[in-house]
Design a protein. Structure first.
Length: 145
């Protein structure tokens, strides 16, 4: 962006696209909820929450239910666990105000509070004041838009 006029136009276009997308999502909310609920990763996370330390037989039965080979299914589970380890699920080193704001914002994109918290923690691990900065950017963009 070469100057503030370019930046202003960019933000204006960005908010127009965001408004169109939000309108589309609201009109088709039922479809999005069904799609998200059918997401295997979400179902796997729910399964693991409901079945801590499941035996292989339960893991294999779930893999069969999804029609996924056992080895591939286990790879998916390891990937999920790696993400949790890499991004953290521990909120002890996170500003609680930032985390609360993050969960609220990320809840706009998922029906699962735990997933919203996980996403918020991932952002806050990289940028400790991510949601404060996001709020400031949005206010500035609206002011200039």
């Amino acid at each position: 962006m070469k100057n503030s006029k370019d930046t202003k136009e960019f933000h204006k276009e960005l908010f127009e696209v965001e408004d169109d997308l939000m309108t589309f999502i609201q009109k088709n909310k039922e479809s999005f909820v069904v799609l998200e609920k059918s997401n295997p990763v979400v179902k796997i996370i729910d399964f693991l929450k409901d079945n801590p330390n499941p035996p292989d037989s339960k893991i294999h039965a779930l893999a069969d239910k999804f029609g996924i080979e056992h080895d591939k299914f286990e790879t998916i589970i390891y990937s999920i666990l790696s993400d949790v380890i890499e991004h953290g699920s521990d909120a002890k080193n996170v500003d609680t105000k930032e985390l609360k704001a993050g969960i609220k914002i990320e809840s706009e994109h998922t029906i699962h509070p735990e997933l919203a918290k996980f996403i918020a923690l991932a952002h806050l691990k990289e940028i400790p004041n991510y949601y404060t900065l996001l709020s400031q950017m949005e206010k500035e963009a609206k002011k200039n838009g």
